[in-house]
Design a protein around this ligand. Sequence first.
Ligand SMILES: [Ca+2]
Length: 173
Amino acid sequence: MIDPTGLVQILLLEQVVHKIPPGNINLARTGIATQDSDYTASAVPSEARLAIDGNRNSDFNQKSCSHTGGNEPAWWRLELKKKSKISVVVIAIRSDCCMDRFKGAELRIGNSQDATVNPICGKVSAVKGSNYLFCCDGMEGKYISVVIPDRHEFLSLCEVEVYAKPIEGTHCK
Ligand SMILES: [Ca+2]
């Protein structure tokens, strides 16, 4: 399912990941992650940093996914080490439950900590599966945010990968 702007692809992560060459560094790994709140109703850890720990496991119970507490808007934000031009963002959401919660999520890139003033790279118009690829075509910014606007919602991200260079086999520039 591709959204009307053609910017969001839903894919089998395996189809893309093996095409990422060693020189295409995942910038997320050296960033700092924050979110609107942590989910505290479970003993499973939920901190924002779990979405950039290098582990794509999408079962929340395996302790490698972020999870917010259910605010409006729900948001997760990555601060990159420095302002960067972004080609591709690959996101794995929680897959053991509740994938519909991701509907309407926006990926925004820019230089404001307030994601709502940063430009949108892509919006998830329909949820299908747990892996999403956003083509951001060189959008520049220090902050990369995932926002679910307009409703109280939980946001659970199991891995967010950020690449400055395109990935072969995608339509991203
Ligand atoms: Ca993870």
